[in-house]
Design a binder for this molecule. Sequence first.
Ligand SMILES: [Zn+2]
Length: 375
Amino acid sequence: MFQFKKIKEEKNTKARLGEITTDHGVIETPIFMPVGTKATVKTMKVDELKDLKAQIILANTYHLFLRPGTEIIKEAGGLHRFMNWDGPILTDSGGFQVFSLSKIRKITEEGVEFRSHIDGSKKFLSPEKSMEIQHILGSDIMMCFDECAPYPSSYDYIKNSSERTSRWAKRCKDYHGDREGQALFGIVQGGMYKDLRKQSAEDLVAMDFPGYAVGGLSVGEPLSLMKEILDYTTDFLPKDKPRYLMGVGTPDYLFEAVERGIDMADCVLPTRIARNGTLFTSRGRLVIKNAKYKRDFNPPDSECSCEVCQNYSRAYIRHLFNADEILGLRLATIHNLHFLIQLMEDIRASIREDRFLEFKDDFYQKYGYNKDRED
Ligand SMILES: [Zn+2]
């Protein structure tokens, strides 16, 4: 089953509070979804993710298609059983990685021919193939096969690619049919061009998907442009369906997305920067390897309630990183995931009480970002 219940709209913004029900559990929105690219959120056991109150995780179709391959996951009884995660899973379509990771690709109306970034072997993905793989993975939420065009791209390029994405979405929907238990989301493209965003949204809404993603944002454009295009795009999406902004996972982008009516977001960034020794804190980012933390026996973030901040010091975690100890990567990952999951919980509370903007201002003031930061 798949159901979205909108609980309330915040009084002063487009922020919404909701609940998504899937066969594998309920997801409170707005939500940040940790990314388990290759069927693992790097360094984390599933019981640790549960302890962190991760409500849904994401896995990448492209990576799992190449390795271990769909036959093995089919034999295991699907992705939930293969990785021992019994909560909801969202899979992407493979499109983004085909366009960003693989070499020698040929895009035709039929699909995309590319070479595996692992062994150079020739592969092919199409709307139908992406659906077939995601059916085998058994994810609760699946995505239509799309092209996420690079930024900047010309109007003509985006127009062609965005129109093809709409045609591909129709083929995905036809292949998927009325299959139970797996909800298929459409992906709005259109780059930074408003008329193309509108057209893309209207094409997809006419196909009546149970949810919609906004793709092709946070791809290197300035934050102010992201906010403008997102703000414009969400107005064309139905209010009673969940909206997912792909590839966003820093506190500032999450605030800006939620403010513009986004319910779900994901990004590898929090776990990736953790493994490089960068921690989110209520006072901004902290680079743990810095010499100034050598004798700093305070927790990473004195306001954080995570297990790491209750038990370990900056000096100790810095030592682990400098000594190449695996525990350092794990502690930093646990803290960063907790930080974003807790932030979303606090954001939900602020929407419930119609004080989202006050909460956002307070957060920014401490975090050290000014609202119109460009990066
Ligand atoms: Zn912490």
